[in-house]
Design a protein around this ligand. Sequence first.
Ligand code: NAP
Length: 293
Amino acid sequence: MTVVAVLGMGLMGRAAAGRLAAAGQEVVAWNRSPEALEPLQGIDRLSATTDLAAAIAPADRVVLWLADGAAIRSVLLEGVIGALLADKTVVQMGTIAPEESRAIGAELTALGCDYYEAPVLGSIPELSAGKLLLMVGATPQQFDRDRAWLQTFGPEPLLVGPVGSAAALKLAMNQLIGSLTTAFAASLALVQREGIAVETFLQILRPSALYAPTFDKKLQRMLDRDFDRPNFPTKHLLKDLDLFTQAAGSQGIETAPVQAVRAVVERAIALGLGNTDYSALFEAIAPVTEPQP
Ligand code: NAP
């Protein structure tokens, strides 16, 4: 029986650990802060610890659901844990830059690890149901070996290319999350302020070539200004737009439109909405206006 260590019990790591245990795998869940381990008590085949060495030692696979590249470095590469990683497979599933993934991969490989990346599109509901879209940056041999295991998370993992390529594809997707959401929020705001029925707006939009399913997914939250219980928090969107800008800028791609979206995300965070759902971009685009006396 293989043992999987899942590092990072944030929104996605917790769901991933639960999914693996439900699929019959032995899981050791690790988190820096103990509070995040409390909801994991009493789950079959799952143990939880803040002791990193105890989590990694029994594991064959180490799955990373940490916030960013800096967190991965501080957990795996800046302490004394490196020696424990030899002969283990490290699977990086968070959203980091292609350059970060290549550099982390090279350092882990030098420690004797087998490293690849498998960032995802989709969030907690898709992860819990095993329906994520998995983009894999790996060798064909790593992909063939782990394909069935990766299907625990999503039905059709796709081999994109070597390490770094899937990280870049993931950033291309998340740039769309920011840009589409901002664009929809701006149009919705104008429709509302002009007194046009929202349903009329959508009756034209839905059958048109301009429609994206994410609009309907986020509509109700925007209408209700209900941004609580996030699946994907606004602060991570800011991180991903910065990573996109860095990666695209280094390829000579114009990033001015993304900078404009970034300014909206930053405004939402300044309004205290960094830890809420990213549909909160609507609040930054169309703040509630006080009725005139
Ligand atoms: P999250 O809820 O913010 O969790 C972040 C995790 O990283 C926490 O376990 C946190 O530990 C840990 N962490 C942060 N800095 C650390 C450090 N310096 N040392 C050790 N641990 C550290 O994030 P998430 O939503 O689960 O996302 C995780 C990754 O997946 C991110 O890269 C995100 O962009 C990506 N992603 C998220 C979604 C989504 O829908 N949420 C979807 C696709 C991809 P503490 O509890 O100790 O702070």
